[in-house]
Design a protein around this ligand. Structure first.
Ligand SMILES: [Zn+2]
Length: 361
């Protein structure tokens, strides 16, 4: 039974004191850290460069682990295990990566077995958003709770569901795909193939798409105004074409430079179009939160990821939707709060996964 991990981590014990390695394996970066008790002691990062193929990437991955350990002046024999997180789909029970996005030639890779053969320590493999949630639960905003849901809103939307001190992993190890909850059965097609997922409506990618549509419709001046290139010369597009060449419309090609961060900046500056886009995304996320509240009756929902930096512009409408739509009792029981751990949440979560398994054995 894995119970009461958060208070176990607050109370030093042999398990929570042990040195562990956390690895955050992504399509852009491979990062590894030596950690103790949720605190990062050393940190190593490499660009993944997946275009070079399987073997060079695997070698960089192993090297990042060796270096993180060596920089702490310890040996792998002193390390309790390696926690490894990657984007799904993956099987957290067998430690096999099925088909990670942005990682060509990494299909059905038994990464747990490969790293255990190499380093002779236990390796625990989990979905990056699940383990980020575990990190927030053990060492961040959810410390001391039993039931917590983590939601990350960035390029995509991911999550981790922790109930009674345990990560909900599901029979195939794929549970907690909060972003792929259908909230509009007639909505846009999602990357996953489903229709109307909250990720397809409210992720950073979806926010940028809405902004591009507003710019194309001539309503995006307030968003474009946040672009340095536009500030330099609002009469030229990124191909250097002048207003005369473009006609009356704003320089359309600048929309290619628009991302969610820019929309948030414009919303913060008071642009009504940007505000509406963020408000719509937050409303969609709020609807997803209502579903989670009804299903799981959590004590806390922790929202992280780049888009969560929009602060009250995001959290205000989410709370409003929950107040309007959710059943009274579970709505009053839940606190919806920003994540506490920042950019290292993946590394801390991966390291936490080792402690989680130690405590459960
Ligand atoms: Zn989806």
């Amino acid at each position: 039974m894995k119970t009461d991990l958060s208070s176990a981590s607050a109370r030093p014990s042999s398990a929570s004191e042990s040195l562990v390695v956390g690895v955050d394996f992504g399509g852009t970066q491979i990062r590894a850290a030596l950690a103790r008790n949720g605190e990062i002691l050393t940190r190593v990062g490499y660009l993944t460069r997946s275009e070079e193929g399987f073997e060079p990437v695997l070698e960089r991955l192993k090297e990042s682990i060796r270096q993180a350990v060596a920089q702490g002046n310890v040996t792998l024999q002193q390390v309790g295990g390696i926690g490894f997180c990657a984007p799904g789909p993956l099987d957290s029970h067998t430690g096999v990566l099925y088909d990670p996005p942005n990682l060509r030639s990494w299909h059905n890779v038994p990464i747990k077995r490969i790293l255990e053969d190499e380093f002779k320590v236990p390796v625990h493999v989990g979905n990056d958003a699940n383990l980020a949630g575990l990190g927030e639960y053990m060492y961040g905003a959810g410390r001391g709770l039993r039931d917590m849901i983590y939601v990350t809103v960035s390029t995509g939307i991911g999550g981790g569901i922790i109930i009674d001190g345990k990560i909900l992993e599901g029979i195939s190890g794929t549970a907690g795909e909060v972003g792929h909850m259908t909230i509009d059965m007639h909505g846009p097609v999602c990357n996953c193939g489903n229709i109307g997922c909250v990720e397809a409506i409210a992720s950073g990618t979806a926010i940028a798409r809405q902004a591009a549509a507003a710019i194309a419709a001539g309503r995006g001046g307030g968003i474009l105004a946040q672009l340095p290139a536009y500030q330099a010369d609002p009469h030229k597009d990124i191909a250097g074409r002048s207003a005369a060449e473009l006609g009356a419309a704003p320089p359309l090609h600048l929309e290619l430079e628009v991302d969610a961060r820019l929309v948030v900046k414009a919303a913060e500056a008071g642009d009504p179009v940007a505000r509406q886009i963020i408000d719509d995304a937050a409303t969609a996320i709020g609807v997803a939160m209502v579903n989670l509240i009804h299903l799981f009756n959590p004590q806390m929902i922790v929202i992280g990821g780049g888009v969560s930096k929009a602060g009250d512009l995001l959290f205000g409408p989410i709370q409003r939707v929950v107040n309007q739509r959710a059943m009274r009792v579970p709505a009053q029981a839940v606190k919806i709060v920003p994540a506490a751990l920042g950019e290292n949440v993946g590394l801390i979560g991966a390291a936490a996964y080792v402690i989680y398994h130690e405590a459960g054995e």
